[in-house]
Design a protein around this ligand. Structure first.
Ligand SMILES: *[C@@H]1O[C@H](CO)[C@@H](O)[C@H](O)[C@H]1NC(C)=O
Ligand SMILES: *[C@@H]1O[C@H](CO)[C@@H](O)[C@H](O)[C@H]1NC(C)=O
Ligand SMILES: *[C@@H]1O[C@H](CO)[C@@H](O)[C@H](O)[C@H]1NC(C)=O
Ligand SMILES: *[C@@H]1O[C@H](CO)[C@@H](O)[C@H](O)[C@H]1NC(C)=O
Ligand SMILES: *[C@@H]1O[C@H](CO)[C@@H](O)[C@H](O)[C@H]1NC(C)=O
Ligand SMILES: *[C@@H]1O[C@H](CO)[C@@H](O)[C@H](O)[C@H]1NC(C)=O
Ligand SMILES: *[C@@H]1O[C@H](CO)[C@@H](O)[C@H](O)[C@H]1NC(C)=O
Length: 739
């Protein structure tokens, strides 16, 4: 697992999406573990009482009347189920019960400016068209690490009372106050030493995400002067409801908490859910907390936007894989933070980091970590591994380390600064003392300079921001497709700014590991940061089309995305598997022309095609739906999704057909013509002209792709564009071979 991008992101995101690890059993509870017992939708019967049902099931299974120490949580407002401490044999009994869809361990998950909105074209003030009244009736549900309620980004000044539809509460714990901007808060995290149980954000992650989606516009915001500008969310007039499921420490977001947050957020009547949390390991839908929660949200007309994960650039690392979740990759913007290094020989090297420390250009002696240790061998010392550096040899100097992972070691041993080698120099982060990350080539220049002179010296400068022409490019850390479970659904769906985002933070959290500073705004990187950008765009779009369903919103955002160019980006060889439909365009989304709709029944048919049948299906759907013969035969690739993907056999000639239906949301009378661009494949669209006479009229077509089978691990893609001369409705078509 020595993937540089991952270890890097551990530093840069603090709460990067990480490995799943199962909880260690409680000390006095060695043989028991927290399991989620998922029972599908709530039965429609008026006399159904979920809590007493849960209690009686649990009493039966454990053979005791007292369930006090066993029941962890009830799911009862938006879907049905509970979380409980169970032994393996109790788990097995529950899993076989008629009323139970699945029983699975409550995994631990990890959470994965302000020019970013300008970069995307959503400008400040009058230059952007807004529906202010509807925007202020929009509620964004943020499932994350809580929020810092005193931030200017969440001030209630100028806001009227909460929208009438709001059914939530402010139960943020002691000393936690909501206002007319931050209208709701709940927490599902336990008390920790030094941190009373509350919705307060102790990590900064939740405040960052919330402010990116819907924070107020706050002027003169910076990280110690760096990136100075206005911080704002995509929908500054919208309200925020916070559901805290993560806290400080490693692996502190629980699956049982996340499911409870969905249960409440849906019933509280949020308009949209943003969740920058994920596991590393994906399983089938019935054991995937996000997929379960988001399915019930979709059924209630609520779109869930989730982060793709930070496990790139390797393929098949994407973690939000259900088609009813909108999955977001991360890319850069045209602003980059650079940290220059001046060498004693007059050479200047441009490194990366967000370095607010000013050493006034003074040069200090250079020392290589590899030769600054008496306790470690060279293999460990060169990385400045913890416990390796000798204080005597590094004190007052600038230490070179072959890895960006341990800058704290050099700082703790008295170094003034550190110059480190990084293989993912496409993203920077904040450090607790002056650090510059260099590419391997630049790092070697410093090493050979050290070799060339007896008293090597260098200066590490305070960061500057530069205009980066190479944007947008998908970040190395961003998780890639293909979809590891549903091979014929393209994931991620879209990319958005995620690298070096300046947004609200919590002064209760240090801005970097072992930092002693406290800030209200900080720079973070990750798909955690790109997800709320798309949530902001979705909310913005919804203010223009309040009745649009989650699939219509997702379709509008995907089909109007900026095309990305794989050949111009270093980490983009996986092309659509990196960025899906492309880069979100908040302006174009309002007028998509046509949309690909998929409602709950379409998703049920999709599940039928995946062999979810009979009782299991009925429990999930909450109605009497059963699969028709036709549905059982329905192919996942024929779900009416805005992208078209097929995994094909490497043994046979390629020939694959997709069926799609578009709904007219543009001009009532319009004629759209199909065009296919960017492919060596043969693509036939039938019919290739669609005429509409009214709004919301639907027209169906098929797309047949044929040609040479792509090489192993490669994909071939094309773009289908429907256009009436005004709208350009673009869908990626992706075909790849089974390994
Ligand atoms: C709440 O605020 C009061 C007054 O500042 C303080 O004494 C108390 O410790 C706080 N409680 C918590 C749980 O932080
Ligand atoms: C940010 O910019 C504004 C105006 O351009 C200035 O007044 C303010 O002092 C700056 N803040 C910092 C911390 O540099
Ligand atoms: C520096 O010198 C050492 C020993 O003389 C040599 O092994 C190493 O390759 C040199 N490094 C560079 C970057 O020139
Ligand atoms: C992508 O970039 C390459 C190299 O700059 C260029 O040749 C090609 O035309 C571009 N493709 C598109 C679709 O813009
Ligand atoms: C869902 O969409 C299908 C077409 O895909 C349509 O036949 C059906 O009536 C829709 N169901 C609802 C509840 O709108
Ligand atoms: C569904 O089950 C059928 C028959 O058992 C099998 O042929 C098919 O591959 C299964 N489909 C999926 C998506 O698992
Ligand atoms: C749409 O076309 C029909 C039939 O040609 C015509 O009667 C109607 O006026 C047109 N409507 C608009 C809005 O152009």
């Amino acid at each position: 697992m020595a993937k540089p991008a991952v270890s890097y992101c551990l530093l840069s995101c603090i709460f990067a999406l990480l490995l799943v690890s199962f909880p260690s059993p409680d000390k006095d509870d060695q043989d028991k573990q927290v399991y989620i017992v998922y029972m599908g939708a709530l039965p429609a019967r008026v006399d159904y009482m979920p809590m007493s049902h849960h209690t009686s099931i649990l009493q039966d299974v454990i053979g005791e009347s007292s369930i006090k120490d066993r029941l962890v949580r009830n799911y009862k407002r938006s879907f049905n189920g509970f979380a409980a401490r169970l032994t393996e044999s109790e788990r097995a009994i529950l899993a076989n019960m008629d009323e139970v869809v699945s029983v699975f361990p409550s995994k631990k998950l990890k959470p994965q400016t302000t020019t970013s909105w300008n970069f995307m074209g959503l400008k400040e003030g009058k230059r952007t068209k807004r529906n202010s009244l509807i925007e202020s009736d929009t509620i964004i549900g943020v499932i994350d690490s809580g929020i810092y309620p005193e931030s200017d980004s969440f001030s209630g000044k100028g806001f009227g009372p909460p929208p009438k539809k709001w059914k939530g509460v402010c139960e943020g714990g002691e000393n936690f106050t909501c206002n007319n901007k931050l209208i709701g808060a709940r927490y599902y995290t336990p008390e920790l030493v030094g941190f009373p149980a509350s919705a307060m954000d102790n990590t900064g992650h939740g405040s960052h995400c919330a402010s990116t989606a819907a924070g107020n516009a706050v002027k003169h915001v910076s990280f110690y002067g760096l990136g100075n500008g206005t911080a704002r969310g995509g929908v500054p007039a919208a309200r925020i409801a916070v559901y805290k499921v993560c806290d400080v420490g490693v692996n502190r977001c629980t699956a049982e908490g996340i499911l409870a947050a969905f249960d409440d957020a849906i019933a509280d009547k949020v308009d949209l859910i943003t969740i920058s949390i994920g596991a590393d390991e994906v399983g089938p839908f019935e054991v995937d907390t996000l997929a379960i929660g988001a399915f019930h949200a979709m059924a209630e007309g609520i779109l869930t936007v989730a982060s793709a994960g930070n496990n790139g650039p390797e393929r098949s690392t994407v973690v939000s894989i259900a088609p009813w979740i909108f999955t977001v990759a991360a890319s850069n913007t045209n602003r980059a933070f650079v940290t220059k290094v001046f060498l004693g020989n007059g050479k200047t090297i441009v490194g990366r980091s967000v370095n607010s420390f000013d050493l006034n250009g003074r040069k200090y002696p250079l020392v290589y970590g590899k030769s600054a240790s008496s306790s470690c061998d060279a293999a460990a010392a060169r990385f400045c591994s913890p416990g390796c550096l000798d204080s005597k040899r590094v004190k007052g100097k600038i230490v070179l380390c072959d890895s960006p992972q341990n800058p704290e070691e050099a700082q703790a041993m008295g170094a003034v600064a550190s110059i480190v080698s990084s293989r993912s120099e496409d993203v920077t982060s904040i450090f607790s003392f002056p650090v510059s990350l260099l590419s391997e080539d630049d790092y070697n220049i410093v090493l050979s300079y050290m070799n060339s002179t007896k008293n090597p010296k260098a200066a590490v400068l305070r960061s500057e921001t530069i205009f980066n022409q190479r944007a947008p490019v998908v970040a190395s850390y961003s998780s890639r497709g293909p979809n590891p479970i549903i091979h014929d659904i393209l994931k991620p769906d879209i990319t958005a700014p995620g690298s070096e985002i300046l947004a609200a933070y919590s002064p209760y959290a240090p801005p970097s590991v072992s930092d002693t500073r406290h800030v209200k705004y900080a720079v973070l990187s990750g798909t955690s940061m790109s997800c709320p950008h798309v949530a902001g765009v979705a909310a913005y779009l919804k203010t223009f089309h309040p009745r649009w369903s989650p699939s219509m919103i997702q379709s509008a955002i995907m089909t109007t995305a900026w095309p990305m160019n794989a050949s111009t980006s270093p980490f983009n060889e996986l092309a659509e598997f990196s960025y899906g439909a492309g880069h979100v365009d908040p302006i174009a989304v309002i007028h998509p022309g046509l949309v690909y709709e998929a409602n709950k029944s379409d998703h049920i048919a999709f599940l039928c095609g995946l062999n979810y049948t009979g009782k299991k299906l009925r429990l999930i759907s909450g109605d009497s739906s059963s699969c028709t013969k036709e549905q059982t035969k329905s192919l996942p690739r024929n779900l009416n999704y805005p992208s078209m993907t097929a995994q094909v056999s490497a043994a046979k000639p390629l020939k694959v057909t997709f069926r799609r239906t578009v709904t007219n949301v543009g001009r009532p009378n319009a004629t759209y013509k199909a065009k296919v661009v960017g492919s060596k494949l043969k693509v036939k669209v039938i019919p290739d002209v669609l005429s509409f006479w009214s709004l919301y009229e639907k027209k169906s077509f098929t797309v047949t792709v044929s040609g040479a089978v792509p090489k192993a691990k490669k994909l071939v893609s094309a773009q289908l564009i429907w256009s009436d001369g005004v709208h350009f409705v673009r869908s990626p078509i992706v075909v790849y071979a089974k390994n």
